[in-house]
Design a protein around this ligand. Sequence first.
Ligand SMILES: *[C@@H]1O[C@H](CO)[C@@H](O)[C@H](O)[C@H]1NC(C)=O
Ligand SMILES: *[C@@H]1O[C@H](CO)[C@@H](O)[C@H](O)[C@H]1NC(C)=O
Ligand SMILES: *[C@@H]1O[C@H](CO)[C@@H](O)[C@H](O)[C@H]1NC(C)=O
Ligand SMILES: *[C@@H]1O[C@H](CO)[C@@H](O)[C@H](O)[C@H]1NC(C)=O
Ligand SMILES: [Zn+2]
Length: 595
Amino acid sequence: MLLKASLLLVISQAVSDSVQAGVRRLQQPLMPALSSIEVTLTPDFNATASLPAVLDISLSFSPPDLPVNASLVELPFAIGNVPCQTYDGTNPMFAVDDDGILDLTIADDRQHNLRRWLTSRPTVGAVRLSMIAVPRKIDITTPIGPRIDLREIDGGLLGSASSMVPLPATPPHHSYEITVCWDLSKSPANASYASSLGEDLCTEIADRSQAIQALQSSIFAVGPTLHRYPPSSQSPEKSQFGLFYFGTTADDPFDVIKLADYIQALFINMCGFFHDSDTRPYRVFLRPSLRGFGGQGFLNSFMLEYFPNVEVEQWELEWLLAHEATHNWPLMDSNPGQVTGADNTWYNEGIATYYQLFLPYRFGKTTKVEFVKQLNMNLQAYFTNPTIIMSNEEVAEQTWQKSAAQRLPYHRGLLYFLHLEDLMRQSSGGKLGIRSPVQQLLERKRKEEAFDLSCWISLVGTAIGNITVAKEQYRDMAAGGFLNLPSSTLSHFDLRVVATAQERLELGFDTASLNSRVISGIVLGSRADEAGIKDGDAIVQTKSIWQVADDISRNMRMRLMRDGVAYDVSYWPRSREKVPSVQVVDAGLVDNHIS
Ligand SMILES: *[C@@H]1O[C@H](CO)[C@@H](O)[C@H](O)[C@H]1NC(C)=O
Ligand SMILES: *[C@@H]1O[C@H](CO)[C@@H](O)[C@H](O)[C@H]1NC(C)=O
Ligand SMILES: *[C@@H]1O[C@H](CO)[C@@H](O)[C@H](O)[C@H]1NC(C)=O
Ligand SMILES: *[C@@H]1O[C@H](CO)[C@@H](O)[C@H](O)[C@H]1NC(C)=O
Ligand SMILES: [Zn+2]
């Protein structure tokens, strides 16, 4: 999963455009061209008896010269289904400037999902804000969502700035000089710290025109049991790669060190593949949770979330890491005002799914047999997805309610890219593939040019030599039609696509039950019904739905509770009828079979 840095960017842009327009009418002059913000993060490990740790945040702004009633800072109410800090009630935000206390008024804009803090008088000189970010209380019913909330982990803290650091609404590319510092005066002597921005006590964000977005898409981690792999002692210059985890990993269901070695090697190869000369390190942060298994990309980093009690296989983790690492490069911006992701999620997730399969194979980190197996898992996951007929617009609306809909763009995008690769190879006599427009879109982003859907379609049109075909390909994919793959699609890998039929993913009860933790909507006659599951059973533990969706051979294993008695069930969460699907086979094997 990808944190919508670009989504955030667009939300703040769209809103700032309208807000700024309003503010401009009230206020003159405009903000100076370069403003500075100093952010200080002070983890407080002694705040209250009930909370092991909170994060004191202070922000110092260079004189904003705002009039009365102007928006000083803003923060979304929620990102996806995850609430942000609210800084109200008994835990408000405080502001002071050269004239002393500056009272702030909260103005909520539900329509734009934003809470704004307005000035109660004109500001005088520099403004300083302070607030306390409190870790979110989570339990087994907390739904899986964007991994941006501040959490307490093993006595430490981990969270993304997007959920807790309020920032000014700024026009696109407004330059900011932003410095972020840790203050460890309220931390135990042995506390360690790291963030997506770096591992020093203070970091200045180099790219000023993107500084707000960079800060918003950064993760911050601190705590007495925060560890780094490789240890700092082994990489004094804090080179290229670091994996951060809290506490001991002895109980974790996977080998952290093996995983770190895998991703480190892959990452270096990917830098080469995407012509990345940037030497900024890549960091992975581990977040244990009460349920779920997944990840999310942030600025030069990503968060891997896992539930220590649910077994995951090494290949699943490697997939996930390869997927998340890919998010570092190919990206499509959303259109102005488009906040649902309907126009670009298919690209960002689809291309990461495509390369998570192809790059490890290309770099010799997966065997051909493994590669084919993984490709087939992804293909079946698309064709057996119960939401396959939804358009990208419908998917975007339902994404946090229906986990199957949330997964769809990953595989729909993969199918689209496979098909496009074939078309491009055909029209160029095997010389061009999707790498060419993908790289060109990335170059546009690097040059701070537009890199949205219309750019993509024209790049594809040029590569195929037919803009009409490029438009049709996109339209068919976005509308949710059946995407067929010609049998020759993967012939350059000596593979053949064959039509087949497979069983649709069918839990046999409402997917909402996975959040409410009580079974409802059991479908009579389904395999879940046959396994003895009944409405009203409490869910104690389950495998992640994505884990069973991606692997058709897997059973859904659940621990349920009825009348105070726990019982385990295991059933195949698939329909009885089959739906049309495709799989790939070794071309040599097909010929043998036919002859
Ligand atoms: C501030 O804005 C609110 C509405 O947003 C308005 O009711 C109020 O009169 C304004 N106050 C001043 C001093 O302009
Ligand atoms: C926390 O408070 C206790 C007692 O108030 C004190 O002994 C301890 O040093 C404090 N720890 C930190 C990290 O400030
Ligand atoms: C820091 O000290 C705490 C006890 O005060 C201990 O539990 C923890 O393991 C120490 N962390 C490291 C990294 O040594
Ligand atoms: C582009 O493709 C369309 C649809 O396949 C076709 O009708 C048209 O002739 C093609 N145009 C060119 C310039 O090849
Ligand atoms: Zn992703």
